[in-house]
Design a protein around this ligand. Sequence first.
Ligand code: FEO
Ligand code: CA
Ligand code: CA
Length: 691
Amino acid sequence: MPENIPSKRRKLPLFSSHLGGRAAMTCLYRCGNACDHPVPNESDNPYFGDVVAQAVSRRSLFRAGVVASVTAGAAGALAGSAAAAENGTQASGHGGARTGLRFEPVEPNTDDAVTIPEGYEQQIVIRWGDPVLEGAPEFDADSQTPESQAGQFGYNNDYLALLAHPENRRQKVLVSNHEYSDEPLMFPGYDGDNPTQEQVEIAWAAHGLSVVVLDEDRRTGALTPVVGNELNRRITVSSEFTVSGPAAGSDLLKTSADAEGTTVFGTLNNCAGGMTPWGTVLSGEENFNQYFANAGQVTDPVAKARLARYGLSGDASERKWEQFDSRFDLLQEPNEPNRFGWIVELDPYDPDWTPQKRTALGRFKHEGAGPRLADDGRVVVYMGDDERFDYFYKFVSDNKMKSGSGKRAREHNRTLLDEGTLYVAKFTGNSPAAEIDGTGTLPSDGAFDGTGEWIALAHGDESFVDGMSAEEVYVFTREASDKVGATKMDRPEDVEPSPKTGNVYIALTNNSQRGTSGKAAADEANPRNANKHGQIVELVEKNRNATGLSFNWNLLLVCGDPEDSSTYFGGFPKDQVSPISCPDNVAFDPHGNLWISTDGNALGTNDGLFSVPLKGESRGQVKQFLTVPVGAETCGPVVQERHVLVAAQHPGEIDGASFENPGSEWPDGPGSIPRPSVVNVTKRGFGRIGC
Ligand code: FEO
Ligand code: CA
Ligand code: CA
């Protein structure tokens, strides 16, 4: 038992409230009880009117005028090139599994452990509270301070990137998001009505991001933090960000502390993310609304409606931060929430570069960002807005990436996300509407599929949305998308373009309100009413042109228990797949196989990580690779040649749990409190994963 954990701590009876999906506690602390609040999207989409027709014609004009500043060599780096080789995997051995997928699936379970396949090993890389910066102390649950937390690994690790070290081949660079704090699990005797200043300041320091250099043991694959390395960083609610792009300096972003509207302290609720082709990390600010108080007292009807569209309502915030910093009080700083809800860009190799909030990518509850290079060298970023009935987006840069890692290329590439066009997606099914009855029964053509179009919202200072300025489109992007008839989706979460084919995979987690009274009914892309288990969309840009205006799509997976007739697994026999529910994060292995992690498994067992091949006869063969402990969500996933990394987020976050009465003892064991941690899974002998 760790010496700092009192033995009087009693572990809750396990599984009591984890069954049947996400615990109420998760809803409260992660999403600000988004599901208990009215759905923020009350627009009467879909419709097509003059607005769209006008947008299309303007868009065409814009396309004709796109400036090309081609850089030689960029094409050679095209991660998502349509000309990329087909998935070079073949069936052989291990039940005919494809390369990278040869492992025995893990059975669903409710164990308070990370469970991995036979022949694999696991190691905790870093836990909440482990030291990151020089001089930071070891974690002591009973003696936490804001100063120590600011130098230690933050809470609730979510997105992960594992990068090569720029100079040392025996090291890696880990980047992790820290989405939110779980105060009742973090602090002894926490009183939610009266948090102390110290607890609030610890929570500020526990949010944000970490950059941590790791030593890699080349024999075992073990990864060990190098405390105090010069690249190590903690980004918190107090760290400086520069606002960049077309909405920088807008009156909508000005506050009493920032008359220029260009500098923001902090980042909030960073959920998933993505790697740019030039080696920076993008991170999504998601449920930022929950940190701001007193939206309920705003009287101006326009301001009130705009707040409501982003889920800002009520009086005191759950964490009461407004008692300690007036910028979290809307009555004192009405524009402060407008400074969150962005994609942020961080350069893990350049600690001197101030991270940026990229306004050209729009403001919504950004889950993450999936960048790829188009064939012409421009960058395309796909993005989901994680809310029931919200939308799916892409951004296309005006300018092209410069290849190479030199200073000039890096400085140029770090400007790419400031100039471009923001689009929102409209999905159209190709089966008769009468065949989409909300049960998940496949239509007569045998597939949930169809076509789609990208509707332009804004480019630079030009708005394509009637009645909204460009600044308003960027800051109130949800409202703009309502006006142009975007398709309401079942919680678009993480997205990842395949590095082999460029096809785009979107996790739609669930939507309990689909088809309920007054809400949008099932459509072909969201084909189940009261959708508990979610689906995976495969989006294929028309003519493989990632910068184009139209796409084809189909549902790769309609998730749930394979015995449930509403499920679909890419056409693969359903008696040979692992059950999967509530897909959240998506990633690719080096062989072109998709990996999916889950959040809130509504089948009653622990969340996990799953693999699925996309090509050939095994397309759709979902296999479970690991499960995470009780109450945890599987985040992060990184699947490399010899490492699988997951962030086990909010272990023990079950109803009734507290610091004194923990719902999990992972990872430190009996008598301990749970600590969100990064787990490294390797094949015994540091072999190739799934081979
Ligand atoms: Fe933070 Fe959409 O999960
Ligand atoms: Ca169809
Ligand atoms: Ca997520």
